[in-house]
Design a protein. Structure first.
Length: 482
């Protein structure tokens, strides 16, 4: 007896390990630990029963357990594969067990016994760690990879719409799919692809998500939703090549720099400081809004602040790929610098152009882009040009650049009209342009409104054409020279 007692005490710790099983119910979900015992998955009996009804009585003896559940009586015996349900016997694939005083049943109890105890609809795919109880129609999806320039496009088509939030962890991209249950046809996809190696589904914590594994570090990831949220498009692109380092850089003094803050612009240097030749001209890109200031909103929940940040990221990559420009961004992440902070960042960079990006309701056709240069409002009269004056009021700085700003807007609109949008440039008192000491324009994409889904402006093909049009327009504006 002493030897047997010792075996019972150490056996659970030696023979079992934990993972999770998710029960999806009409109004909630429950995550239940799984015990792996001799290669079989086990669940706690009473907890499972109470999720689909109510246990009204228990009678536990030395070698049996009787459970009253609704009008049914179920009897279990330890280490036996048979379960007595009223006057009939039901066979399980593995025996019932007790672990640390808790009665455990194998997972096939969910399909062999549980449906006889409840009128609720039960959907369970053998071998998975999730079950759907009640009137639940889980979402599902199919997966496809397509080659694109400098990368690959992942297309995930869902049976119903999802809302996606992204995160990165341990070199992988995580796509949270909202709160609706998901039942994947295939939980894991492996790819023979130079950009993506794997896509797998995970809901071990009750939160459905896709985990995307790239083949290498340093790749860029641009997800977006289309077709009202039923299609997830994710472009995986390799970054532009870095400029070659100089053979021997002179020694530099160790000069301390100011610490970075949330308002510090991000700068891309395409040429090292020690490389000979003139510095690259600077282009400032300004994603509008940010933080609590979300801007316009589409019917499917996409905010203007997130959409324009996505456009700016694509434009930045397209400009860097030319190796002609140095890029400064006025906004990093989801913060919202003040107009004065954005202006200071811009004017300190001494750019050749300033582009601020917005999204709104432009009517039809969609998607399209419209370009605006600055026009002083009727209540703001700029002073006459005075060559002897060394000081210009801050709110009138753009006055000296109006002609070049109009030229820039025309170059941009001309490129946009070649396959992207039909429209004319306009002059408006756009606040973001007023105090910029450089040719400056506002670019608005649309339509983005509560009456429309964001699919047209979220389309990766459109965004790529948009970015390429800006590259061509700046090349034209510069006369083909850096």
């Amino acid at each position: 007896m002493l030897v047997l007692a010792l075996v019972v005490l150490i056996w659970p710790a030696r023979s079992s390990r934990s993972e999770n099983f998710v029960f999806y119910l009409p109004a909630t979900h429950q995550v239940v630990p799984i015990e792996m015992i001799e290669g079989a998955k086990y669940l706690p009996l009473i907890q499972v029963l109470n999720m689909v009804g109510k246990v009204s009585g228990l009678q536990e003896k030395k070698n049996s357990l009787k459970v009253w559940f609704g009008k049914a009586q179920v009897e279990f015996r330890p280490d036996e594969k048979r379960v007595r349900l009223d006057k009939t016997w039901v066979n399980l694939q593995a025996p019932a067990r007790t672990v640390n005083g808790q009665w455990m049943v194998p997972v096939d109890f969910l399909t062999s016994v549980l449906p006889k105890l409840t009128p609720e609809r039960i959907e369970y795919q053998d071998g998975t760690n999730r079950i759907f109880i009640g009137e639940i129609r889980p979402n599902s999806y199919t997966v496809r990879l397509d080659p694109i320039a400098n990368g690959t496009r992942l297309t995930v088509q869902f049976t119903d719409k999802v809302s996606v939030q992204t995160a990165a962890s341990n070199g992988k991209w995580i796509l949270f799919l909202g709160e609706r249950p998901v039942e994947p046809l295939e939980p894991q996809h492996r790819f023979q692809n130079p950009y993506l190696s794997e896509l797998h589904f995970d809901d071990q914590d009750g939160v459905p998500k896709l985990v995307v594994t790239p083949t290498a570090e340093g790749l860029n990831f641009y997800p977006s939703l289309a077709e009202g949220g039923k299609i997830l498009l994710a472009d995986v692109l390799k970054p532009p090549p870095a400029a070659p380092q100089a053979a021997a850089a002179p020694e530099k003094l160790n000069v301390p720099t100011a610490p970075a803050t949330s308002e510090t612009p991000t700068v891309d240097e395409e040429a090292p400081e020690a490389q000979p030749g003139p510095p690259l001209p600077t282009v400032v890109l300004d994603p509008a809004h940010g933080g609590a200031e979300t801007g316009a909103r589409a019917r499917d929940g996409i905010f203007e602040k997130d959409l324009v940040a996505q456009y700016v990221a694509r434009v930045r990559l397209a400009l860097l790929a030319t190796k002609k420009y140095r890029i400064v961004l006025t906004r990093l992440g989801d913060n919202n610098p003040t107009p004065e902070q954005r202006e200071a960042i811009t004017n300190l960079a001494r750019p050749i152009v300033f582009l601020t990006f917005h999204a709104g309701n432009l009517g039809s056709p969609a998607p399209r882009a419209v370009v605006y240069s600055y026009k002083f409002s009727s209540g703001l009269t700029p002073p006459a040009n005075d060559a002897a004056s060394l000081f210009i009021p801050w709110r009138f700085v753009q006055q000296a650049y109006l002609d070049r700003s109009r030229q820039l807007s025309q170059n941009l609109q001309q490129q946009f009209n070649q396959g992207i949008a039909a429209g004319e440039t306009a002059e408006l008192p756009v606040r973001a342009l007023r105090s910029i000491a450089a040719p400056a324009v506002a670019i608005e994409v649309g339509s983005l409104s509560p009456q429309l889904d964001s699919a047209p402006v979220n389309n990766p093909d459109f965004q790529e054409r948009f970015a390429n049009a800006i590259v061509q327009a700046l090349d034209q504006f510069q006369g083909g020279k850096s």
